[in-house]
Write a protein that binds this ligand. Structure first.
Ligand code: NI
Length: 174
């Protein structure tokens, strides 16, 4: 089953739960989950997706980056499956940048995020990976990671004036 799954929308309890660690990467449920996430992301204009958005409260995300109509200036990065991810900021530096979320349609906001982070995760084969991320991709990672802790990006907005309708966002960046 790799059909595109329905994306949980803000208000769905699963988006507010602390997700459980994945303990058996090779079980059928996790293999299916990975395929569902990949397919759903490929069929969306998003640059990342977290398992809770598929209604599955597990610590598994996909981080991708590509220019799309939602993120016209995104750099290119192959979709990367990250299981039980964690991260450490490499400096205190944070930067506000625009985010949106497939679980919160029609809205964009400026969100402060660490600009440089070191991340650890297991890849889809169970291999441990350590990587340094900066800028937009570091932002996408932190956004998806938040979904595993029951947070959404609006929780991080520091000023309500930083929240805009998507139609206004496209005027700003267009
Ligand atoms: Ni999101």
């Amino acid at each position: 089953m790799s059909a595109m799954a329905e994306i949980a929308q803000l208000g769905a309890p699963v988006l507010r739960q602390i997700a459980e660690a994945v303990d058996d990467i090779h079980c059928d449920g996790i293999r299916q989950l990975i395929e569902t996430l990949k397919t759903t992301l490929a069929n969306s204009q998003g640059v990342g997706l977290a398992a809770p958005q598929m209604g599955v409260s597990k610590r598994l995300i996909i981080v991708a980056s590509r220019p799309t109509t939602r993120y016209p200036y995104a750099p290119l990065m192959q979709p990367t499956v990250m299981i039980n991810p964690s991260f450490t900021p490499l400096s205190e530096a944070q930067e506000k940048g625009w985010e949106g979320c497939l679980s919160i349609p029609g809205i964009r906001a400026l969100v402060p995020r660490y600009t440089d982070i070191s991340i650890d995760y297991l890849d889809s084969q169970g291999q441990a990976v350590t990587m340094v991320l900066s800028g937009f991709v570091a932002r996408v990672f932190q956004h998806e990671y938040d979904h595993l802790d029951g947070k959404v990006y609006l929780d991080r907005v520091v000023d309500n004036a930083d929240i805009v309708a998507e139609s206004e966002f496209f005027k700003l960046v267009g």
